[in-house]
Design a protein around this ligand. Structure first.
Ligand SMILES: Nc1ncnc2c1ncn2[C@@H]1O[C@H](COP(=O)(O)OP(=O)(O)OP(=O)(O)O)[C@@H](O)[C@H]1O
Ligand SMILES: [Zn+2]
Length: 692
């Protein structure tokens, strides 16, 4: 495989295999890494053969130096072909018009073609035999045609330039990928490991076991993920989370491979093998995202599949039609038709999209935004409404007990608080956790504990049945007296979430927890609105509480008291009217994340379920990454359009020149190469301005 067009053909052929997890193309090295189970290898090889390529299994990747040497040899071969082609031109121009000289010139031209174009002819012929029209077939026809009508110096020139252009193009695509790999591959290969005798030694990061002790000096990068066990200091985590400010680390804190230790020596205990670090998973996700084709890419591929045969038919029309209709000389008409064949090369068009999208994904990853596919990158700019979950998304999700009040004097305070504490300590819900952490009573055994989603907890303690209920549940149970309701409303108006301990006799005590809005929330929402997005809050919490949190953030649409199912229904209903983004963090949010056109979750705060369901992961929990994602999506889209216009525009220009002016074949090849390079560099612009 030589160019992006062929890469696309192979990609399409393998796309339908569910077993193929990842494809890693190395155009310059002519190798393709396929991550798939052994059983499907034969099937895959057969699919590659059906696409017109011959797959050769390699025992191991040839070492980097060998590949570099092979690339250099190829470059020299093509430069030599170019020189020989120039020789053919010189003979054509300078030599006397004798048959001997003619024959010599033809031989030299044939030599240049053989030196540069054997592979093109081989692949072109095999495509023609299968009744396909690919770029190799077109070039073979064009070059043979030019040779036969006596334009042998030009035929040689075109073949040499074309092969050279393909080489340059393959290298630029490769360079785009390397730039991305380089941006992401930031963790050092070795780490300083403590050995059994207490001494320190450098070891390959891949061989260090979970639980080992590793040391990082100031200024060095972490090679592995872990938990600090000794030392303290500031760590720059921007390569992993995009967080711009260094984070202070002390024993017990998590550190990530790829981040930079800025001050103080830190020792940490390895918590994940090198292959499973957050950074490694990030890289893997971006690579997987690359191999899934985005909508624009599908469109371009489909277009190219029509465009090439269409130009071929047109060329045929010019060759046959023009002499008959307009009275052109046959040789002139055939020559113009051959120029058209060269123009039919869709290379620039076909590489324009993947390079742009890959750069966009990498630029996002460098900002700590993990986008799980080009589709999602393209989708973000279409969003008109963004729905945000309250607890844990707009707020920190770490509520604290800020007020408590006894509502009954039938039992001693210790008796009541002990029951509340015992129920609360049995649940992982943030409200319960805040209560458990805020009270200090002795724990009693709880039987028949039931968690009622969106309502609270119920259980038996020492023979009595108790509820730890929110306002809604209290009302449903008919336990809410006007006095209690007034007390609850006073707390709710301050944005607090209230739970009431109650038994059959009625409410016993109320507990109010407060959760503060994230520092980034207000700015993020203002930016979203400036981008023209509508925002809405979805919450399982009480309406008054939710409104108290929403008001300072400028969110007018508040939907509170929702059960997880209600959230999903709302999002699904809105999605039917237009693309909706949903931002959530909890297990409860997974259904609505899936129902949204684009689901966002927070990398640090979210549950694993939410992270897996989401299409976009915001690594450092900074909500300002939401507007950033949308801006990046818009920029990516603009560059995609520019690239498509550029690729097609240059072709159109040469098309007109070829038919009505005097564009020559080698000019057309040159234009193709120039267009390819332009779109590659335009796509790479997305990577610029990204912090390393
Ligand atoms: N296990 C529990 N312990 C205590 N209270 C609970 C529990 N489960 C639900 N609640 C009550 O029900 C309300 C809604 O809970 P739910 O889990 O649906 O929403 P949330 O995740 O807290 O809020 P949001 O939807 O804004 O993220 C909570 O505010 C709380 O008052
Ligand atoms: Zn091309």
């Amino acid at each position: 495989m030589d160019c992006a067009v062929e890469e696309g053909q192979i990609r399409r052929a393998l796309e339908r295999f569910a077993s193929v997890r990842r494809l890693r193309f190395d155009l310059a090295g002519r190798t393709l890494g396929i991550d798939a189970p052994v059983q499907s290898w034969d099937e895959i090889a057969a699919a590659i053969a059906a696409a017109g390529f011959e797959a050769q299994r390699i025992a191991a990747r040839p070492p980097a130096e060998d590949r570099a040497r092979a690339r250099r040899a190829e470059l020299w071969r093509l430069l030599a072909a170019l020189a020989v082609a120039l020789g053919a031109e010189l003979i054509h121009f300078l030599a006397p018009p004798l048959l001997a000289w003619q024959l010599l010139g033809m031989a030299v031209a044939a030599g240049a073609i053989a030196l540069s174009g054997l592979a093109v002819f081989r692949k072109g012929l095999s495509a023609l035999r299968r009744g396909q029209l690919n770029i190799n077939a077109l070039m073979s026809v064009a070059v043979s045609g030019a040779f036969l009508i006596g334009q042998w110096p030009e035929a040689a020139m075109v073949m040499a330039l074309y092969a050279l252009a393909e080489l340059i193009e393959a290298r630029s695509v490769e360079r785009a990928r390397d730039a991305i790999a380089g941006l992401l591959a930031l963790s050092p290969p070795q780490a300083e490991l403590r050995l059994a005798d207490g001494s320190w030694a450098l070891r390959e990061a891949g061989t260090i076991a979970v639980g080992s002790r590793v040391r990082v000096k100031p200024g060095e990068r972490f090679a592995l993920d872990g938990r600090v066990s000794a030392g303290r200091g500031a760590v720059d985590q921007s390569p992993v989370t995009g967080e711009s400010l260094p984070v202070d680390k002390q024993p017990g804190d998590e550190v990530y491979a790829g981040s930079i230790n800025q001050s103080g020596a830190l020792e940490f205990e390895v918590t994940r093998p090198a292959s499973d670090s957050v950074l490694a998973r990030l890289i893997q996700a971006v690579e997987e995202a690359q191999s899934r084709r985005a909508p624009t890419q599908r469109f371009v591929d489909r277009f190219a599949a029509i465009y090439t045969p269409a130009v071929f038919v047109l060329a045929l029309g010019v060759a046959l039609g023009m002499p008959l209709l307009v009275g052109w000389a046959w040789s002139q008409a055939v020559y113009k038709a051959l120029v058209l064949l060269v123009i039919a090369c869709p290379c620039a068009l076909v590489i324009s999209t993947p390079v742009t999208i890959v750069s966009g994904l990498a630029a996002a990853a460098r900002r700590g935004i993990l986008i799980k596919g080009g589709v999602h990158l393209e989708q973000a700019r279409r969003l008109r409404l963004i729905a945000l979950d309250k607890t844990g998304t707009l707020t920190e999700g770490r509520p604290k007990l800020v007020a408590q009040q006894l509502l009954s004097s039938a039992q001693p305070p210790d008796w009541i608080l002990g029951r509340a504490q015992s129920l609360a300590s049995r649940s992982d819900h943030p409200v319960s956790k805040a209560l458990a952490a805020g009270l200090a009573a002795a724990l009693l055994p709880v039987e028949d504990l039931v968690a009622e989603p969106g309502r609270g907890l119920r259980g038996r303690i020492a023979g009595g049945e108790f509820l730890l209920a929110n306002h809604r549940w209290l009302q449903e149970r008919g336990l809410c007296t006007p006095t209690v309701a007034a007390l609850l409303q006073a707390q709710e108006a301050q944005g607090r979430t209230v739970s009431v301990l109650a038994d059959a006799s009625g409410p016993l005590a109320l507990f109010a927890v407060a959760d503060s809005a994230r520092a980034s929330s207000a700015a993020a929402l203002a930016e979203l609105r400036a981008l023209g997005m509508a925002t809405a809050m979805l919450s399982g919490d009480n309406e008054a509480t939710a409104r108290a949190i929403a008001a300072p953030l400028g969110i007018a649409r508040v939907h509170a008291g929702l059960l997880p199912q209600d959230k999903q229904d709302l999002v699904a209903r809105w999605s039917a009217a237009g693309p909706v983004g949903m931002v959530g963090d909890g297990v409860n949010d997974a259904p609505s994340l899936a129902a949204a056109s684009l689901g966002f979750s927070l990398g640090g705060a979210s549950t694993d379920t939410a992270k897996e369901t989401a299409d976009v992961l915001i690594m450092d929990d900074d909500l300002r990454k939401l507007p950033e994602t949308i801006r990046l999506s818009r920029r990516t889209h603009a560059i995609l359009l520019q690239n498509i216009a550029l690729a097609l525009g240059i072709k159109a220009l040469f098309f007109v020149l070829a038919v009505f002016g005097n564009a020559s074949m080698w000019m057309a090849v040159f234009a193709d190469m120039g267009a390819s390079l332009l779109v590659v560099f335009n796509g790479l612009r997305l990577l610029r301005g990204v912090r390393r």
